[in-house]
Design a protein around this ligand. Sequence first.
Ligand code: PLP
Length: 341
Amino acid sequence: MIDFRSDTVTKPTKQMCEAMANAVVGDDVYGDDPTINELEALAATMTGFEASVFVPSGTMGNQLSIFTHTNRGDEIIVGRKSHIKNYEVGAAAVISGVSYHLINEVKGMMPLEEIEAGIRGMDIHYPNTSLICVENAHGTGVVLPLDYLQKLRKLADKHQLKIHMDGARLFNAATYLGVDVTEITQYVDSVTFCLSKGLASPIGSLICGSKEFIYRARKGRKLLGGGMRQVGILGAAGLISLREMTKRLHIDHKHARYLGEELDKLPEFHVDFDRLQINMVFVRSSLDLTKLAEYLKQYDILIGGYKGDVVRIAIHNDIEKADIDALLSRIKDYVKEVNNA
Ligand SMILES: *Cc1c(COP(=O)(O)O)cnc(C)c1O
């Protein structure tokens, strides 16, 4: 199968499987797992924070961060198209007891004036605003400019608010900008990133922040039932994600651009190049995408993530250029078939 549905479908590499089999482990709830300790220390260093904690998923990373930053009854400011708002089962309301102030993103960015207008004052009727959540890279395929984050930091400081970054694809964002990850994370109080997407680990995310914040997050992780024992098995793969896989994301980005440019040459397809910044290609098509997906499946090619007339094609470590050429050639065959029918 050539799987273009998401970058979450990546299989652990051979090197990861070997490292997992040979991992030195201990009971991580006691702080005794040397491999996870090494992973958390490396994640903190790479993101420029004091500390970090390993969690099973990006969703738990975001939700634990919200839980740790807020009090029950608070209101958080979050993008209308964000993962936190749309794809985490409304968890912030359930786990943290907060409500959302939603703002429409423009190219992934919530306009700063709208954020400021959304911050609640002292009125007795109002909930307390405590946190701004941003997503970077944004799920719509765009990366937040550094000067936007700098202005956002200033705004948050003015109103004494914290900023959490959902950086599921943080390293893709840094790769696109050509900067060290710390250039991005310097503007936020906490960040979550996924090892299990483009970085090819089977499982896991990290939350990074101050020592005090991570201490409380670690306690919150236990509260949620996320304290894990010999989790260095996953940490061993995670170390390879951080040391090796972060360095190859530019290949995925190049492949995504190649696919976008080739697809856009076909009159039945229109690629949104404004949001082709990382490893995801968003394509509008005049064809029936459900039928196209069924056709491709016969040839062991999977596409998914389509909404209406737009399909998202994700590139990752298990996709080579030849796989993209195979996809293109099947799509061209399909277009011919449809046009001749
Ligand atoms: C995938 C993703 C998450 C959550 O990750 P899971 O590990 O699937 O829970 C959070 N935010 C964004 C933007 C994502 O793409």
